[in-house]
Design a protein around this ligand. Structure first.
Ligand code: PLP
Length: 431
């Protein structure tokens, strides 16, 4: 079978995510035969550098030998078991490790199987914790331009029009407060003051503030200073509002520290993890929270007090084995330090884009680099042109509108970084 035959078969039955399917009348679907390291390979032997870590999940490359071996080992013992009333060794080990790694005080792990579901868990748990404590707080606050997933609750607290607008009549109540306009300390302070003003007026209604710490992913890789987190964490504590840190994208070393919250020195009430948790192998997510939250659910049986939320594949054993293998790699190799060197190299390469007149707002946080293209309307679908040029030249770039970004697996070499940036540079120069 060649690429075209497989692509045609695919399009007979598969409805792809985040896609206007009619685009595939001119845009080929790429069937991937195998993958290794940063490379994806199709059925005609073309290879592509996965510059977006397959939707921001992959940390240590595709078909990583060590993670493969640990999943295979687990497969011979236990593939999956119901997590209600039963447990397994990989999840016990993983939970202890996550508690030790995350900011102090996050002592309880509640599992789900993807980022959006974990956001639903955090929202429901926050609301329910207030309710169990005799408070009715139905309002969630999030940041302008935020993205937290696409299930109804997660979409409700998001603020990217493209995903949200159509479903507006179905959503739960949320309001958006200012996000810092850039990476300066002044912008952080100004936005934090806006949140404080909001709390002065409406704190009694607000269940939680949910944020993407340091980088808003789907919101065009918008970046801000850690001081914002410090200020809003303080305000949340002052008004008894929960702080939910959505580290689905930024967790596990992406921003230069194991978790982005560390850079602000804060410990939120909830931290939500997924994507990199399994090194990009298997669907798994977790919400870590405090003993204080856990304890307001802990009492003699009453159907209204227990947190009766469940997913069939909650805490899947294979996914937990992949997560433990991922954490082993963090322990064995000095990943955070190595990433600093890789990020410094990416920084150097990124500066070249300032030569191009249509490029603005070049920015970086750890292993995430981005810039915007100015002067294009959304209808021009400029990102699609960059995407196509990338594929024709062996790099998977997936611009967000007119924002071009790079978020490669951590094992990318300098040579591969050169290629990734050179192809993007060519693509942008030709526009
Ligand atoms: N939260 C953030 C910050 C994300 O970037 C995403 C996905 O991109 C999600 C939540 C949703 O995760 P999932 O796609 O696994 O549902």
């Amino acid at each position: 079978m060649n690429n075209l035959q497989l692509s045609n078969q695919d399009l007979e039955h598969i409805w792809h995510p985040c896609t206007q399917m009619k685009d595939h009348e001119f845009l080929p679907i790429i069937p991937v035969k195998k993958a290794h390291g940063v490379y994806l390979e199709d059925f005609e032997g073309n290879s592509y550098i996965d510059a977006i870590s397959s939707w921001w999940v992959n940390l240590f490359g595709h078909t990583n030998e060590y993670i493969n071996s640990k999943i295979k080992e687990q497969l011979d013992n236990l593939e999956h078991v119901i997590l209600a009333g039963f447990t397994h060794e990989p999840i016990i080990r993983l939970s202890k490790r996550l508690v030790d790694l995350t900011p102090k005080g996050l002592n309880r792990c509640f599992y789900a199987d993807n980022g959006s579901s974990a956001i639903e868990v955090a929202l429901k748990m926050s609301y329910h914790a207030h309710k169990n404590s005799g408070r009715e707080r139905t309002l969630f606050v999030s940041l302008k331009n935020s993205y937290h997933g696409e299930t109804i609750g997660a979409l409700s607290v998001g603020d990217v029009e493209l995903y949200k607008e159509t479903y507006e009549p179905l959503l739960i109540s949320s309001i958006q407060t200012e996000v810092p306009k850039d990476q300066s300390k002044q912008a952080a302070l100004k936005a934090a003051e806006k949140f404080e003003e909001l709390c002065e007026r409406r704190a009694g209604e607000i269940s939680a503030l949910i944020v993407e710490p340091l980088v808003q992913g789907a919101g065009s890789m918008h970046m801000y200073h850690p001081d914002f987190l410090l200020h809003v964490s303080f305000t949340c504590k002052k008004y008894g509002i929960h702080l939910i840190a959505d580290e689905v994208m930024v967790g596990f070393g992406r921003t230069g520290s194991m978790f982005a919250c560390e850079q602000a020195g804060i410990s939120p009430d909830f931290i939500v993890l997924s994507k990199g948790l399994t090194g990009g192998y298997l669907p798994l997510s977790v919400v870590l929270t405090t003993d204080d939250i856990y304890n307001v659910f802990y009492c003699d049986y009453s159907e209204y007090k227990a947190f009766l939320h469940s997913h069939s594949y909650t805490g899947n054993a294979l996914a937990c084995a992949a997560a433990n293998a991922t954490l082993d790699i963090f322990e064995k190799d000095d990943v955070i330090e190595n990433n600093k060197k890789t990020a410094a190299y990416m920084y150097e390469k990124l500066q070249k884009f300032s030569e191009l007149e249509i490029v603005e707002n070049i920015r970086q946080t750890g292993m995430i680099c981005a810039f915007d293209l100015k002067g294009f309307t959304p209808q021009q679908r400029i990102g699609l042109k960059v995407y196509q040029h990338g594929l024709d030249n062996g790099v998977l770039l997936r611009p967000l509108g007119s924002t071009i970004y790079f978020m490669p697996p951590y094992i990318i070499t300098h040579e591969e970084i050169d290629k990734m940036f050179d192809v993007a540079y060519e693509a942008v120069s030709r526009l």
